[in-house]
Design a protein around this ligand. Structure first.
Ligand SMILES: Nc1ncnc2c1ncn2[C@@H]1O[C@H](COP(=O)(O)OP(=O)(O)OP(=O)(O)O)[C@@H](O)[C@H]1O
Length: 339
């Protein structure tokens, strides 16, 4: 399913502007431009003609179910994989033909932790700073600069092996920021972290974007994207199925509904409203769900005994996601991915 507003060109693509009043040092070049990118792994087509544009200062929440193609997309941007077709530009630089130049322009925090447990936090960060070409005092200053907002200052002398999972995740994220890249790729940066770390990371992302950094933020947590209040790119089956500012997509595609979850498959009852099923969930599309809910319940008759949950769904990113992918965003978590 292809939906407007398409792959994110023009002023609707997102915020895309520095909020700190500084001039844009890159002269209007998009931080990321993907055009018609296709990637196959043997018989599996992981990405199909994907277009995506991210402007400096824009935060894009990259969303999709397991296997949608998010990591493949980030790996192509980072120059770790070659696309089979299409073009990629990072600040105007082609990561296929100029991988080293492109790598200097982006910071990648992959899904898998890339920290060295026997080394201290400082040694880990210094190692990455040196890989990025930073030396001496400059490297030391950058480490201090990123340690502070990530809450790592007091941990700099500790061995990473002795840190909690959330602390290790913060070190891992910090490594991507040391060289102040204009494009930041964060692949599920809050996987397995506690609420406080999540807040810290979100704040840091907002802060960096306000200073002009473009951020591509892949996550399975829709509330994070809502909290970042940036723009959204939704991939499904390797295709870009929606792209645009969050608020605009919600206005355009956000449906309201009453969602009924049953102990088993939803009963087959005739309803006077459009409805769909997804696993154990029956979704009834109604305009004013809080008013319609009692009438929906009345139609259940004897099946009401099988009901385990009723939820009022207002237009939100969640309903946009369902509309453009055909599946609820939490469908993976319930293990009913093929429902
Ligand atoms: N190295 C590989 N060889 C073969 N198939 C692969 C390989 N890597 C990914 N795939 C397939 O490509 C598709 C896209 O995978 P990708 O990892 O990009 O998805 P994703 O959206 O990042 O998923 P997740 O949310 O689970 O991390 C999936 O069907 C996956 O099975």
């Amino acid at each position: 399913m292809t939906t407007e507003p398409g792959p994110g060109r023009g002023s609707d693509a997102g915020q895309g502007a520095r909020q700190d009043g500084e001039p844009d040092p890159y002269g209007g070049v998009p931080a990321l431009a993907l055009d018609g990118v296709t990637k196959r792994y043997g018989a599996v087509t992981a990405l199909r003609e994907v277009d995506l544009r991210i402007e400096p200062g824009e935060i894009v929440g990259l969303l999709g179910h397991n296997g949608a193609g998010k990591t493949t997309l980030m790996s192509i941007v980072a120059g770790l994989l070659r696309p089979d077709a299409g073009s990629v530009r990072v600040m105007g630089v082609n990561p296929v033909t100029a991988p080293h130049a492109a790598r200097r322009l982006l910071g990648l925090a992959p899904q898998e932790l890339g920290v060295y447990p026997p080394l201290t936090v400082h040694q880990n960060l210094l190692f990455f700073a040196e890989l990025a070409g930073l030396r001496g005092r400059t490297a030391g200053r950058r480490i201090e600069e990123i340690a502070e907002p990530l809450g790592l200052t007091a941990l700099l002398g500790r061995r990473v092996a002795h840190l909690s999972g959330g602390e290790q995740r913060r070190v891992h994220t910090g490594m991507a920021l040391l060289h102040r890249p204009p494009l930041l790729l964060l692949d599920e940066p809050t996987a397995g972290v506690d609420v406080q770390t999540r807040q810290q990371l979100l704040e840091l992302v907002r802060d960096m974007a306000a200073k002009g950094t473009a951020v591509c933020y892949s996550t399975h947590y829709l509330p994070e994207v809502e909290a970042l209040d940036g723009s959204v790119a939704i991939v499904s089956g390797g295709r870009m199925v929606a792209r645009g500012p969050l608020k605009k997509l919600v206005r355009q595609y956000g449906d309201s509904a009453v969602e009924l979850t049953f102990a088993g498959p939803p009963p087959d009852i005739p309803l006077p409203w459009p409805s769909s099923t997804d696993g154990r969930v029956l979704r009834v599309a109604v305009e004013q769900p809080h008013l319609a809910a009692p009438r929906v319940l009345e139609t259940l008759g004897g099946s009401a005994g099988e009901l385990v949950n009723l939820r009022i769904v207002h237009p939100s990113l969640e309903s946009v996601f369902l509309r453009v992918t055909g599946r609820r965003y939490d469908a993976d978590a319930e293990g009913d991915a093929d429902a």
